[in-house]
Design a protein around this ligand. Sequence first.
Ligand SMILES: NC(=O)c1ccc[n+]([C@@H]2O[C@H](COP(=O)([O-])OP(=O)(O)OC[C@H]3O[C@@H](n4cnc5c(N)ncnc54)[C@H](O)[C@@H]3O)[C@@H](O)[C@H]2O)c1
Length: 342
Amino acid sequence: MDKKLVVGNIGMMFGMAHLEGAMGYDAEIALICDSNPETLAAAGKKYNIPEEKWCTDYHDIINNKDINVVSVAIPDQQHKQVCIELLNAGKHVLCEKPLALTREDIDEIVRAAEASNCKFMVGQICRFTPSFEKAKELIDNGTLGEIYFVESEYAHDYMNIVKTKFGDGNWRADPNRHGLIGGGCHAVDLLRWLAGDPEEVFAYGTHKALLTVPYDDATVAIMKFPNGVAGKVFVSTGCKRDYTMRTVIYGTKGTLICDNTSPTMQLFVADENGVAPEKPEIVEVEVNNHNAIKEFAVFADAIINDKPVLTDAREGAKTVAACLAIVESSVTGKIVKPNYEF
Ligand SMILES: NC(=O)c1ccc[n+]([C@@H]2O[C@H](COP(=O)([O-])OP(=O)(O)OC[C@H]3O[C@@H](n4cnc5c(N)ncnc54)[C@H](O)[C@@H]3O)[C@@H](O)[C@H]2O)c1
């Protein structure tokens, strides 16, 4: 393709992270879009984007022949419609997580993405978090030995955003936008990346800490991963603590305890007799839990050099499929096998 990336950005709240990613890459920003004119103006001014490059209708981006890359950071329920229109118009798409909220929507997006000649990436940003990249490296290079248990959590107190972001029919208050899918998809996707696709899940949910949302605010799931690896995810959106995605990887030779909000990780590596040290090695790591610059750079590299995308539509859909299975198990009380056939 033409090596020049000409970008359109749809959604100017969290979408500002995508904009920063594109600007950090030195792509040309052709149009920014938000259906709310005030939000649009605030973002335009913040990033010194001239007014002639602002629009409130995303079709202006679709109809702009120069734009070849589009970022989508709008409510999850709209991802399918907008992404499919963009793919049909021949645009490469970076879509926020979760890919979508329903089985029907993820099926349709995967089909559209795979029928197109465009790159489609889901913004599973935890895969660009330095501590989690290090965890992946320590698994892949054998430092931790054979992995047998992985756990991750997404514990994020939504109480301070609940008034502004969950009131009066806000898209986050949709029962389909279960916290396990909306935020918990980060932890589920991380474990999928580190340990493979869970084959079976079993979950419990509770609803005690954040009563203003129409779904459980805490869910714990145990999972059976490939090669006999066991796993656990804990998601809480009503927790009374600071934000954490504490993640622990247990292997036959070592254990890693890390987080996306901590500047250090604890690494235990056993000696030649298989004995772990009493104290961990403290490994310093950059804290960057929304590494949008690297996310965009990786996407750009896939487009320019025609490489596979790390988190393509199928990857994003598998994460949603695993999340849907967890929610189903928490409702039915039964073990559920996620359906990865799209
Ligand atoms: N990766 C992460 O850590 C992370 C964090 C927050 C949000 N997100 C995801 O980003 C997406 C957006 O979330 P948010 O927090 O920015 O939501 P938000 O509700 O705060 O903002 C969404 C923006 O999109 C605009 N919008 C809605 N429909 C539009 C349309 N059809 N055309 C143009 N603009 C439209 C709204 O006016 C609003 O400004 C969601 O998919 C969410 O799950 C991801």
